[in-house]
Design a protein around this ligand. Structure first.
Ligand SMILES: NC(=O)c1ccc[n+]([C@@H]2O[C@H](COP(=O)([O-])OP(=O)(O)OC[C@H]3O[C@@H](n4cnc5c(N)ncnc54)[C@H](O)[C@@H]3O)[C@@H](O)[C@H]2O)c1
Ligand SMILES: [Zn+2]
Length: 258
């Protein structure tokens, strides 16, 4: 058996031995659906645009038009994206009774499109807009229609406040309700599976440590190495879509035979 095959077997065994599994997913989950991540060398968004000029709440308010152009381009790519084999395999795992829920940093809605349940979107969603004044939430289409018809500052139908996509921008706090949900999942899991995250953005960067301190085990699939690799039972530096479906197939076969 090759080293990779051994790791795939070990990863499957981790899943088979666990009772309460939570997946923590990042932008690396969406790359195989054609959505660029932030930090992959050569293709990550931060090699193309300056994060201080885009996607921060300050830049959005101070130069709304420029930020909207960027977001519209990114949004259109997200809206046409389809779940890949990684998303589908998580759903399969859940149907086998081996996945409690998913904590995702992604705003692309692809876990839901793949019919996974109990998905907590830590950074919000690209599919909604929110009024910055009264917090009214709209489908994103309302905001897109206004921008497409030439409005440079899309506004709330109720209070005329500025609309923004209902995703967390740099400089914005995460929602306390979402953080509480995430804490509960992290505190109760006995296996945390990290898929496609550099584990550099907080609070997510802290979740593996938190799970480990509660006695949970950690498995990581990510092309690049992470600061938590040394704490994981199994680390696979490969593409999710290439290895995770194989792992889930092993789990499925073992469960069938039992
Ligand atoms: N799809 C999306 O919704 C989307 C897209 C871009 C950025 N984001 C945002 O990215 C932020 C930052 O953190 P992050 O950790 O999620 O992203 P990140 O860009 O910091 O890290 C992504 C990691 O995924 C790995 N990776 C890329 N493709 C992979 C693949 N096919 N298989 C396995 N690994 C792969 C890379 O090596 C990298 O380490 C979050 O704030 C999130 O909101 C989301
Ligand atoms: Zn409003």
């Amino acid at each position: 058996m090759t080293d990779l095959n051994i790791k795939i077997q070990e990863f499957a065994q981790l899943i088979l031995d666990a009772k309460n599994i939570v997946a923590l997913t990042g932008a690396g989950m969406g790359t195989e659906s054609g959505i660029a991540d932030f930090r992959s060398p050569g293709t990550g968004l931060w090699e193309k645009v300056n994060p201080n000029e885009f996607a921060s709440i300050h830049s959005y308010v101070s130069d709304t038009k420029k930020n909207l152009d960027f977001m519209l381009e990114m949004g259109m790519n997200i809206f046409k994206a389809k779940p890949n084999n990684g998303h589908k395999s998580l759903t399969k795992l859940q149907k086998l009774g081996k996945l409690t829920g998913i904590l995702t940093q992604n705003i692309d809605g692809l876990h839901q499109k793949a019919h996974s349940k109990n998905v907590v979107e830590l950074h919000g969603t690209a599919y909604e807009a929110i009024c910055m004044r009264c917090d009214k939430v709209y489908p994103i289409t309302i905001m897109i229609d206004q921008v497409m018809s030439g409005k440079n500052s899309p506004s709330c139908e109720v209070c005329n406040g500025l609309l923004k996509p209902n995703a967390i921008f740099f400089g914005e706090p995460l929602r306390s309700e979402t953080l509480n949900q995430a804490d509960k999942m992290i505190e109760s899991c006995d296996l945390l599976i990290v898929l496609g995250s550099s584990l550099l953005v907080y609070p997510v960067a802290f979740y593996p440590r938190k799970a480990l301190s509660r006695g949970a085990k950690l498995g990581i699939i990510n092309i690049q190495d992470t600061d938590m690799d040394y704490k994981a039972e199994v680390v696979i530096h490969d593409k999710i879509g290439d290895v995770f479906p194989l792992i889930v197939d092993i789990v499925k076969n073992e469960i069938k035979q039992a």
